[in-house]
Design a protein around this ligand. Structure first.
Ligand code: ADP
Length: 435
């Protein structure tokens, strides 16, 4: 369908088509009538044409001024936001940035337009390694067509300094097609500092709490052993209760301490050649009392081709310990628990399966969150901190691995985690995980 003419175009069509036509008609009239009528007609038409042209031009100017005003308002609005905004086309070329974005990265607006965003604002991870363009939020948005949020990376300014950035990037969709990306970002250095200060507080507080808790543990044990004389049945019952509650408190404080130390990057990683099958057997031995209480017979299967791998056994032991104690805790008496260790490509995959209560679908997205416990777990097992899986994820990811799970309520759960077959690199730190 031909597009409708705007007012200005209509006037010009009128002028270009109607005037000559009228002139032809006039000529014809002139032949049979006289010049006067013809010239009069041309004159009136020209006045009409001039009038319509001036009116259209005025309206055009008005619309242009309105558009300019809107653009200025939009710019003022974008400029008054605290966040930096960048709009790129499909190729990652900058189409527009706001004032804050320019100030944050140290480039002026006119300098960046048309340049690649990944060139003007290089992105680094915590260790200072450059993140390639295909792994940046803007590119992920283009490939997935969905908004992306990232928070742990750093933009490098023009002068080489860097700041921690939180970015939300979303596709720009026109007529159902993604034509570019809009990214909103802000400097989150301050939030990170506050977060770190809080973590340091948790670390310090939990470390301080360990001493009195140890004292309670030893004195409760002495009372239970009769070191202060034989206790009456009721006294014994009370001291047992104190001792059990204290054990739970020690577990919680240790988890908090370990988590805060991992988050602060204070944990030392000391890789040694380790036999994963043996490590699992040791963990199962430590869990023997719980296994017997549930009448379970854990099955362990290790691919014989997997040799010893270079990992920190203290750290990875904690991963198996948390996954296996969950498998036992959330499986009813006489159920099934198994561990399978296999190799895939350049990774070692550990699989911990149980035939227990499972994790309800609605709770699955939150399972690795701090302090989260699923609704069914709260009913069947009062004991628990909701910190075990958070710690598992932190350890596995800091060892360059991945962790995930599948679960069906009342059927069971399988957790998988990977470790690089090449092992994990050593890392300096002030403490090891269980100290
Ligand atoms: P908790 O101390 O509560 O076990 P975790 O962080 O280890 O804390 O686990 C968090 C939650 O994940 C648990 O409370 C439970 O709801 C769920 N969960 C973990 N492992 C299993 C499992 N093997 N079977 C069923 N639910 C599980």
């Amino acid at each position: 369908m031909p597009e409708k003419l705007n007012r200005f175009e209509a006037v010009w069509v009128f002028g270009l088509l109607v005037i000559p036509t009228l002139m032809l008609i006039s000529y014809w009239i002139f032949r049979i009538e006289n010049w006067g009528i013809a010239l009069g007609l041309i004159f009136i038409t020209n006045i009409l044409f001039a009038f319509l042209t001036i009116r259209s031009l005025r309206q055009l100017r008005k619309s242009r001024d309105l558009l300019r005003l809107r653009a200025e308002k939009d710019n003022a609005l974008l400029g008054s936001l605290g966040e930096g905004i960048v709009v790129t086309d499909k190729n990652g070329d900058v189409e527009m940035i706001n004032k804050q974005a320019g100030e944050m990265i140290g480039w002026s607006l006119s300098e960046v337009v048309g340049k690649k965003w990944y060139e003007v604002a290089p992105l680094q991870n915590e260790k200072g390694e450059v993140i390639p363009p295909e792994k940046r939020a803007t590119q992920t948005v283009l490939s997935k067509g969905k908004p992306v949020y990232s928070s742990v990376n750093y933009y490098v300014r023009r002068d080489g300094s860097r700041f921690c950035v939180g970015t939300t990037a979303a596709p720009v969709v026109v007529d159902g097609k993604t034509v570019g990306v809009i990214a909103v970002f802000r400097d989150i250095t301050r939030e990170r500092e506050i977060d770190r200060a809080k973590t340091e507080f948790v670390s310090l507080a939990s470390h301080q709490l360990r001493t009195p808790l140890s004292a309670i543990k030893w004195y409760a044990e002495m009372l239970l052993n009769g070191d202060a004389g034989q206790l009456m049945a009721e006294q014994l019952e009370f001291v047992k209760f104190i001792s059990q509650s204290n054990e739970r408190m020690i577990e919680l404080v240790n988890s908090l301490l370990n988590i805060s130390r991992i988050e602060l990057g204070r944990i030392r990683v000391e890789p040694v050649l380790t036999d994963l099958g043996e490590l699992v057997s040791q963990v199962l031995k430590d869990l023997e009392v719980k296994i017997m209480a549930k009448k379970l017979m854990p099955v362990v299967s290790v691919n014989p081709q997997i040799g010893k791998i270079l990992i920190d056994p203290k750290l990875i032991r904690q991963v198996y310990l948390n996954l296996l104690s969950n498998a036992i805790k959330y499986t009813p008496e006489g159920g099934m628990v198994s561990v399978i260790i296999s190799a895939k490509d350049d990774e070692i995959v550990s699989q911990v399966t149980d035939s227990g209560y499972g994790i309800p679908k609605k709770d699955q997205v939150k399972i690795f969150e701090r302090f989260f416990r699923a609704s069914n777990a709260l009913k069947v097992e009062a004991d628990g901190t909701g910190l075990g899986l958070y710690l598992v994820k932190a350890i596995v990811e800091s060892s360059s691995g991945k962790v995930w799970f599948e679960s069906e309520e009342n059927k069971g759960t399988t957790f998988w985690f990977t470790l690089p077959a090449a092992g994990t690199p050593a890392k300096d730190g002030d403490v090891s995980i269980d100290s």
